[in-house]
Design a protein around this ligand. Structure first.
Ligand code: SF4
Length: 145
């Protein structure tokens, strides 16, 4: 638990939220959400990793959770979130700034376009993620590693 959330209470745990409607929807599962005394919700994502660090994908996950939770419940959700990484038997809380709701919706649109084949994907900038990627054998960049 980050020190900054000591006076917060658990609001949601392992719960899925949805924002939007029809084919324009962001759905995300919240690991932990804590409510401050002023009612502001803060999101926490729990990860178990060898390396004690957070990734851009964690920030995207938390940002989508923020959009989904705020959209479904109407509650205010903080722009600051936490990625708690458990590595080598210790836990570290990383403070992260979440993406704007507009950036999340743009990302969701790009995903739709990629799946529809109307947009071309770009390769990852950090090759480390290729090592555990399920598409590695079919991917030119992944196959070069
Ligand atoms: S193997 Fe290909 S698809 Fe997978 S993360 Fe690397 S670049 Fe992306």
């Amino acid at each position: 638990m980050p020190r900054e959330l000591k006076d917060h209470t658990l609001a949601y745990s392992e719960k899925t939220f949805r924002s939007g409607g029809g084919d324009r929807q962001v759905a995300a599962r919240v690991d932990r959400a804590y409510r401050g005394r002023n009612g502001l919700i803060t999101l926490v994502e729990l990860k178990t990793r060898h390396a004690n660090r957070f990734h851009l994908s964690d920030v995207i996950e938390l940002s989508a959770q923020r959009v989904a939770l705020a959209g479904e419940t109407g509650e205010p959700v903080a722009r600051i979130g936490w990625v708690v990484v458990e590595s080598s038997a210790r836990r570290t809380a990383h403070r992260v700034t979440l993406m704007s709701p507009q950036a999340v919706w743009e990302l969701a649109s790009r995903r739709d376009e990629l799946l529809a084949g109307t947009e071309s994907p770009s390769y990852t900038a950090t090759r480390g993620v290729c090592a555990s990627c399920a598409h590695r054998r079919r991917c030119r960049t992944g196959a070069e590693l």
